[in-house]
Design a protein around this ligand. Sequence first.
Ligand code: 5AD
Ligand code: SF4
Length: 440
Amino acid sequence: MTKQNVYIETYGCQMNEYDSEILAGILTKSEKYNIIHQPEGADYILINTCSVRENAEITIYNRLNHLKQYKKSKKNLVVGIIGCMAERMRKDIFSKSELVKIVIGPDEYRLAPDILQNSMAGNSAIAVRLSRVETYEDIQPLRKEGISAWLAIMRGCNHFCSYCIVPYTRGRERSRSVRSILQEIEQLQNDGFKEVTLLGQNVNSYFDQDEKINFPQLLRRVAKAVANMRIRYVTSHPLDMSDELIDTMNEFDNICNYIHLPFQSGSNRILNLMNRGYTREHYLERISKIQTTLNEFSLSTDIIAGFPTETDEDHNQTLELMQDVQFDGAFMFKYSPREGTKAYKMIDDIPEEVKVQRLNEIIELQNKISKEKNKLEIGKIYEVLVEKPSKKKPQEWMGRTKLNKVVIFDNTDEKYQTGDLVNVTIKRSNSATLIGDVAV
Ligand code: 5AD
Ligand code: SF4
């Protein structure tokens, strides 16, 4: 039987990138499908989607419109929506776009080989059950070639922040076994990967029920097992940012001291309405523990502007917290009401222009802070893991420091290869990147 071609296009977070690799692994293992990397020539186009904000979903609908051209030139092309939007919209997607014949939620990828096959006859199919146990721990993901791998150690979320759709689209928290994680990471090392990022919606609430192993204990095991690999993790919740975790980071050189710790709002009143479960004082106390424990570290965060009832005073407290902490980077968003969440029942009372203005103030302040912080890097020498040519000039390559800063350096004649570690002296910087020369 000739294999059929599947093209998977991924939107949204790193977890989605990883899930696409899991799905690709499942499809290839069934020996009925080839994964291809462009839509041309595809028998199936599957779009792995994000629902976290309305804009993410609008992007998908626009993409579906655009994909109509492929259907014109290939009558039996099947298009599927998978991931969070599939879970949220369920069968309603079929009426939103006649192109879509397949809908598969994040916990149902094992059914994909059969669903794809059945859909060829023109039938539509839907699988959106959420699971309390699915972790795909026995599935070998089909990873892109490279030096850096994703590895989901837990899935789902139990926090139910009032604005967030994730607990509904990805279900409850569940963790993979320590054993399966260690096995896979050792394999990654043997396959030449230099870096692994442990993923989870709340990665630091990881817990292996059978072995009674928490996240810091897992990190310790991983750090020892693959001493030559850089280990990263995202995303952390401030409530689970324990002393034990911060101390463990300090103990091992190969655990990168980069912490992504969303604070969302600087106002206690808004944090309470968001159901975040902590106060600004708790958040700042955790930051202070990080600052006093780790010699060198970098911090990034997520911020939401214009949550219902947010006043200028609340907003100013967000700006103040940013000033106090001096984050290295931030992902900044306008509040977007999501149907089915608790906050959706509140009136979305902050006018669009006020949301935009507050968001712009937040972005402007963060850019200023990032620029100033990066200026302080000039003259320092950093160990950079070489990744690939930069987008602008092919002789300039990019890599990352342990602290996750992007560094651009000259690599004429490709003296340095992907996966090499080089020392770079920083000569210039802007708000997003450091630019330097390899020290010889
Ligand atoms: N509106 C705006 N931003 C949101 N996020 C999650 N839900 C929403 C929403 N409804 C942001 C949070 C989260 C990040 C992944 O996306 O900041 O940390
Ligand atoms: Fe969403 Fe909150 Fe869970 Fe993060 S912790 S995924 S923001 S519900």
